[in-house]
Design a protein around this ligand. Structure first.
Ligand SMILES: NC(=O)c1ccc[n+]([C@@H]2O[C@H](COP(=O)([O-])OP(=O)(O)OC[C@H]3O[C@@H](n4cnc5c(N)ncnc54)[C@H](OP(=O)(O)O)[C@@H]3O)[C@@H](O)[C@H]2O)c1
Length: 274
């Protein structure tokens, strides 16, 4: 059986995780377990950094030679776009970076694998997204990343609903620019006729009975995907299960980012290529 944590030595690579506040974040634990399971000599530490200190901390990271990179969550994903030297993938279109590689010369390369992790997780759960009719609840950082990945994946149509309508409208405009053939619009939180509903809002985080849509409107044929990680069974997931819907929890998106991040950072099992 794989150990649940690695033995830290002077050779161990560090993958930091930036948040503010940090007490609630699940990513450091998930990455440490993921690295250990994969035999990767790397450790994740949580770094609680306030927005005003972010640029200084990131500048210092350039000289940290065994820092493979760092993950980023609320509220730093947007700001990170301006602090890296360049981006890969869809990070610039999304407008947010959630992982950064530190190259040996100290250069910082940003990428966003939130949406990619979501899509890989849906595939692993047996849900084909090609041709899907999707209601996306939330147009924040994670929602934007998921929307761009759903578009790449070839969904048939996508409706975005967000508490602040302006952010949903901005996301729809940005998607149309990159994916002019996609049927995308702003709309109500109405799941009627949808094959997939995705919650990318933070509603449900920390528990509580609030749901991002009226679960009584869900039909059993609709798949419901959650991205909130903690608790693992949110009120939305519980309600969707009660309605007979297939569900996918938030840990799927997070767990599937570990391989994507390890590949992006060039972190490999100790014995690989040795
Ligand atoms: N599973 C994973 O791998 C993963 C990855 C990333 C994030 N997450 C989780 O996803 C959630 C969102 O993260 P984020 O980075 O996208 O955050 P964000 O950029 O701050 O976006 C938050 C979203 O939630 C909405 N929202 C917040 N409170 C609301 C309320 N009371 N009523 C209605 N809408 C509300 C916001 O709407 P407004 O625009 O109106 O404010 C916005 O759409 C968090 O719980 C985060 O932990 C999970």
């Amino acid at each position: 059986m794989a150990p649940d944590r690695i033995e830290i030595s002077g050779r161990t690579s560090v993958y930091a995780h930036l948040a503010h506040p940090s007490a609630h974040v699940g990513a450091p634990g998930a990455f440490n377990r993921g690295f250990a399971e994969r035999g990767i000599d790397a450790v994740t530490v949580s770094v609680d950094v306030a927005p005003a200190d972010l640029a200084g901390v990131v500048a210092g990271f350039r000289g940290w030679r065994n820092l493979a990179g760092f993950g980023i969550t609320m509220p730093h994903k947007k700001a990170m776009l301006t602090l890296v030297d360049r981006c890969e993938g869809q990070a610039e279109a999304i407008g947010a970076v959630n992982t950064v590689r530190r190259d040996p010369d100290g250069a910082l390369v940003g990428r966003n694998v939130d949406g990619e992790g979501f899509v890989v997780g849906m595939r692993a759960a047996g849900h084909d997204l090609r041709g899907a009719s999707v209601l996306l609840l939330g147009a924040g950082g994670a929602g934007r990343s998921i929307a761009f990945s759903l578009a790449e994946e070839g969904v048939a149509d996508l409706t975005v609903h967000n508490r602040t309508t302006e952010w949903a409208e901005t996301l729809v405009e940005d998607l149309r620019r990159v994916h002019p053939d996609l049927a995308v619009s702003v709309g109500p939180a109405d799941p009627a006729g949808r094959t997939l509903v995705v919650n990318s809002t933070s509603i449900g985080m920390g528990g509580g009975a609030e749901t991002p849509l009226d679960v009584e409107l869900l039909a059993p044929e609709t798949v419901v995907a959650e991205i909130v990680v903690s608790p693992p069974r949110t009120a939305l997931l519980a309600g969707a299960e009660r309605r007979g819907c297939a569900t996918v929890g938030g840990m799927s998106m997070l767990a599937n980012q570990i391989d994507l991040v390890a590949g992006f950072l060039g972190l490999r099992k100790e014995t690989d290529g040795a």
